[in-house]
Write a protein that binds this ligand. Structure first.
Ligand SMILES: Nc1ncnc2c1ncn2[C@@H]1O[C@H](COP(=O)(O)OP(=O)(O)O)[C@@H](O)[C@H]1O
Ligand SMILES: [Mg+2]
Length: 192
């Protein structure tokens, strides 16, 4: 299977976790995943979760988004990737991130956009799952904005970011600037 730039390739075990054995192309996979994500969005609309800054919800959302497609949906990766720290540190890093964000919201010093964009970047940088991290971390940021901080969700360039495109390129450029500590391009992108 071919991957768009900035995507994480799966290792053999992970690829074997594909539940739908009839899928042979990347396009088919994208469609099945997207259908599953639509179900997750309906679940979110119905349940409007607010208690989201914890490992249990982070995993639950991934499971809701991908459980029809991958047998490891909702489970942290157990191998290292080119993005993210060592797999065995995911739980600890995630807890530190959640506590940090919780604290920043309580402090009321930063804007909700600043907090949400930082949350997105740090979450996707931890890269908790074998796949789906980009889509999951964008949705997590949107839920944080809408359900927890009473703000409008991001537009993320207004286009499907999972395919190779100019907009995806802009998004990745924003993430790379954020890797170096400059959040401005990613912030602008998220509201464009
Ligand atoms: N330099 C980077 N720093 C932080 N995150 C990155 C970087 N490059 C790519 N990413 C994130 O990793 C995602 C790809 O990981 P992946 O697990 O394949 O997610 P998805 O399947 O949802 O695209 C990208 O969408 C992006 O969010
Ligand atoms: Mg991917």
């Amino acid at each position: 299977m071919e991957y768009p730039p900035g995507a994480t390739p799966l290792n053999r075990d992970e690829a074997q976790g594909l539940l739908l054995t009839h899928i042979t192309t990347r396009g088919e996979l994208d469609r099945w995943e997207q259908d599953n994500i639509v179900e997750a969005l309906a679940w979110l609309k119905k349940t409007k979760p607010m208690d989201i800054l914890n490992e249990s919800f982070v995993r639950k959302l991934h499971q809701r988004m991908f459980a029809n497609v991958w047998n490891w949906a909702g489970q942290f990766r157990q191998s290292d990737k080119n993005i993210g720290g060592p797999w065995w540190r995911i739980s600890t890093d995630l807890k530190a991130l959640c506590d940090d964000i919780h604290w920043r919201i309580k402090q009321q010093l930063d804007s909700s956009d600043d907090i949400a964009v930082c949350f997105h970047h740090r979450l996707v940088s931890i890269h908790p799952f074998p796949n789906g991290n980009g889509r999951h971390a964008r949705l997590m940021a949107d839920i944080l904005l809408e359900n927890v901080m009473n703000s409008e969700r991001f537009s993320w360039g207004g286009q499907d970011l999972s395919k190779t495109s100019n907009v995806r390129q802009q998004y990745l450029t924003g993430l790379r600037a954020a890797d170096k500590g400059d959040y401005k391009p990613l912030l602008e992108f998220a509201r464009s």
